[in-house]
Every structure is written in C-alpha cells, then in structure tokens.
Design a protein around this ligand. Structure first.
Ligand SMILES: Nc1ncnc2c1ncn2[C@@H]1O[C@H](COP(=O)(O)OP(=O)(O)OP(=O)(O)O)[C@@H](O)[C@H]1O
Ligand SMILES: Cc1ncc(C[n+]2csc(CCOP(=O)(O)O)c2C)c(N)n1
Ligand SMILES: [Mg+2]
Ligand SMILES: [Mg+2]
Ligand SMILES: [Mg+2]
Length: 330
C-alpha cells in the first residue's frame, strides 16, 4: 500500500442503506441514531493470517467475506438484524493494494446482501501477518435478544445446518491448496469453509416466532458451543451422535471422523440452541416452510453443567475441546 489516506478514500462507500446513519467514514467517529423499541447489538471477531486463514486456503475476497460473515453470525446468534460494521486492518508489506481492494469487495458483497453500511475502521501496518478485525452492529426488538443462559431441563437441542463441513473443507485445502482440483462433493465442503453463510434468517425466526430459546453460533465446534450453553444455563446437555446433520459429501469418511469433525472442527457458523419440545414442533414447521434446516440433535437435563455424547445407547462425557487458541488440539 502506497498511501493510507488514498486507500481509505477508495474503500469509502458511495451509498448508504441505513436510515439511522448520521455520519459514516470521514470524521473522528461514526454517528447513528437509535431506533425506537429496538436494542442495539454489537460484537467483534478477529481473523489472523496463519491462524484463521492462509494465503493457500482463502483468497483475499474470501478473507474479507468471511471476516464479515463470522461477525454477522454472532448477530444471528442474538436474533438481530445487521445494520453497520467497522473494519480494523493491520497490513504487512507483502499485501498489494489490489489484494486489499479484493478483500473489501468480499465484505461489500455480504454487506450489500444484508444492507449493512461500513461506517468506520482503522488502517495500520504490521510486520508479518495480516490481521482483520470486524465490529458488527445490529438491532433486535426489545426483550427479544436470544441468550445462551436460557436452556432448561426438558428442552431439545437443535442446529440449523450441517456441522463438520467447514473443518472437512479445511483439511481438503491443506491437502490440495486453493487452486487444487476438487470433485463436486469436495467443492461443497471447501465452499463451506471459505464462504460460510451466516444464519440471519434462522436467527430472526428464532427471535420472533417462539418463547424461550437459548442460542449460540458454531464457531469452535458443536461440543464447545454446547458447553457454553450448558455452563451459561447451569444444565447438562446430551448430544445424540446419530442425529448430527452431516453433509453427504462426508459419507465416505469413517463414522468416527464425521463425528469428530462435527463436534470439534468448528467454523460452521450455523446456529445451535435449545427450545421447549412444543415450541420445537412449531419451529420445525416454520423452518420447513421457508426451506430452512432445523435438526434436533439432543436434549437438556438437570445436572452439573456438562456435555455428553450418546452413541449406540452409550453415554460418554465430552470435554470442552473445540478450537481453543491457547491449547493444543486434542
Ligand atoms: N479480549 C476480550 N475483551 C473483552 N471481552 C472479550 C474478549 N474476548 C472475548 N470477550 C467477550 O467474551 C464473550 C465470549 O466471546 P467469544 O469470542 O468466545 O464468543 P464468540 O465470538 O461467540 O466465539 P468465537 O470468537 O469463537 O466466534 C463475548 O461477550 C465477548 O465479547
Ligand atoms: C490456516 C487455518 N488453520 C486452522 C484453522 C482452523 N481454525 C482457526 S480458528 C478456528 C475456530 C474459530 O476461531 P475463533 O475462536 O477465533 O472464532 C478454527 C477451527 C483455519 N481456519 N485456518
Ligand atoms: Mg469472539
Ligand atoms: Mg458466537
Ligand atoms: Mg464469534
């Protein structure tokens, strides 16, 4: 990059979607007005070169798109409607301005889909690895945000999409690299890793259609997210191995590997939650009508906060070893 200021000028949006925007990029901070009867929802997640992606696993466009997607996924897990985002980027010398422009195009594609305005950020240089930090903002009707602490004994555990696909796709990318040759089946796993689709529509249905729902998104793997629900809610969660929705492209993998990828792989960015049995029945109908996936994968019991896997009648305790930045993968 030659000039930080010319770069900022290039990535400044020429249009805005949100009516509440008062001042976007170009001042010391952005300003937007609150919306009556809505709560503001805000989250931030970071992607680091070498940790969350490599140059041979994601293209610059995909890095941008995924950097925004993982944040929209957290908004989805709260039941929110996305509105704004801010981008902080630390750029090493090896990255060209063209690549950075592509990275922003990736974010812009998704922003357009959800009518989100880019309203600010920060651009700095760094020595080795690119670091992309996105802050996403959304709104949700007052009292409707979906929390992790709402699971109760008797609830069913559900997910809103395939689990394990992203980790399977990453393994394929490690094996063959970005421009490797993939079968059509392999390509669907690779795509799940490179361009995860945030489940906003699902989150909105869960925020507006039912009563008490605990909700989280799958960034670190089903086991880790189930632990978060169990710990926040003070309950015991049982996952039924046979019910996990595994993509057909993983059929040729051993059963053990499929389950491992689903439980401990992560980055699927589907929603995982719990709801009362009678609400689950309604939700299944609503989701089905919209062509969306809603799969019951287990249940909630009273007991010490813990997660168990039920497989062929046997119960096995599963530890919280999803993806953990400061632990070796178990
Ligand atoms: N360094 C930090 N400083 C302050 N709060 C943090 C920090 N890291 C995480 N948190 C907060 O801790 C909570 C859990 O964060 P966490 O990142 O685990 O959730 P997540 O974004 O859903 O998961 P993931 O990062 O795997 O996508 C959130 O409320 C988050 O804002
Ligand atoms: C090159 C490369 N190596 C490993 C991985 C796997 N990975 C990285 S972070 C993460 C969990 C979510 O992170 P966070 O908790 O920060 O949201 C996972 C499963 C990857 N995507 N790319
Ligand atoms: Mg986070
Ligand atoms: Mg989350
Ligand atoms: Mg997250």
């Amino acid at each position: 990059m030659e000039d930080e200021f010319a770069f900022i000028s290039n990535i400044t949006p020429k249009r805005s979607y949100q009516k509440t925007l008062v001042r976007g990029i170009g001042d010391d901070a952005a300003v937007y007005s609150g919306t009556q009867n809505m709560d503001e929802v805000v989250c931030v997640d970071t992607m680091v070169e070498g940790v969350h992606f490599r140059r041979d696993t994601l293209s610059p466009f995909q890095i941008g798109k995924k950097g925004l997607a993982i944040n929209i996924s957290d908004l989805a897990a709260m039941g929110a409607v996305p509105t704004y985002y801010l981008v902080s980027i630390a750029v090493p010398a090896a990255w060209t301005e063209g690549e950075l422009t592509d990275l922003y195009k990736g974010m812009d594609e998704l922003a357009k889909k959800y009518q989100m305005d880019l309203i600010g950020g920060d651009t700095v240089s760094t020595k080795d690895a690119l670091v992309l930090t996105v802050t996403a903002i959304g709104i949700v009707e007052k009292g409707r945000a979906r929390f992790r602490d709402q699971a109760r004994a008797g609830d069913r555990l559900f997910v809103t999409g395939y689990v394990g696909s992203s980790a399977a796709g990453l393994d394929l990318l490690f094996e063959k690299s970005l421009d490797g040759v993939f079968t059509e089946q392999e390509q669907s796993l690779v795509k799940a890793h490179q361009e995860p689709k945030p489940h906003i529509e699902e989150g909105r249905l869960l925020a507006t259609s039912s009563k008490r729902i605990a909700l989280n998104d799958v960034s670190d793997g089903v086991a880790s997210e189930a632990h978060e629900l169990a710990e926040s809610s003070g309950v015991r969660i049982v996952i039924e191995a046979g019910a996990l929705p595994i993509h057909e492209a993983m059929e040729k993998y051993s059963r053990q590997r499929q389950i491992d990828l689903a439980l401990f792989g992560g980055e699927d960015f589907v929603l995982i939650g719990t709801a009362q049995e009678e609400d689950v029945k309604q939700l299944q109908v609503i989701f089905h009508k919209k062509g969306l996936r809603f799969q019951v994968i287990g249940f909630v019991e009273e007991g010490e906060p813990s997660v168990w896997l039920k497989e062929e009648g046997q119960l096995k305790k599963i530890e919280k070893h999803g993806y953990n930045h400061f632990q070796k993968r178990g």
